[in-house]
Design a protein around this ligand. Structure first.
Ligand code: AMP
Length: 128
């Protein structure tokens, strides 16, 4: 899929619309999600034009990749989450229900988050 420069995170990176910023480095930015799904819900994004995890893994420089991982850790630290814990999740593509086509990592925290997915473990017979 081609990158769409009109997506909401591209506009945030360009400063065209505001965000509630948490952390920034040369290649990554984090901010609070506009519609939080947990008491703490942050988003960590690369500043570069990457649609998805597949795109980023294939095309981002080593510097961009390390900056994004560092931004996740620094964001959690800035929010005081390292000790109580947090969940990092990236929806990539249609099956994962990715809505904004600019790679982003969600950081959820602030309560016991429960099982990784709503339905819990799959029965062994249905695993691929
Ligand atoms: P996903 O479904 O993984 O693509 O997640 C997209 C996320 O972006 C959702 O949690 C939205 O609430 C969030 N979001 C959309 N627009 C904004 C915005 N302007 N500022 C912050 N978060 C946003």
């Amino acid at each position: 899929m081609a990158y769409d420069d009109g997506n909401v995170f591209a506009r945030i990176v360009r400063g065209e619309i505001p965000c509630n910023k948490i952390y920034e480095n040369d290649h990554a930015l984090s901010f609070h999600d506009i519609a939080p799904q947990a008491p703490v819900h942050a988003l960590v994004i690369p500043k570069g034009r990457y649609v998805s995890m597949a795109d980023f893994a294939a095309a981002a420089s080593a510097e961009e990749q390390s900056a994004l991982i560092r931004a996740i850790g620094e964001t959690a630290e800035a929010l005081g989450l390292s000790e109580p814990g947090y969940r990092v999740l990236a929806n990539s593509g249609a099956d994962a229900h990715q809505e904004v086509m600019h790679l982003h990592f969600h950081v959820f925290a602030g309560k016991r988050l429960g099982p990784m997915l709503a339905g819990g473990p799959m029965p062994p017979s249905s695993q691929v």
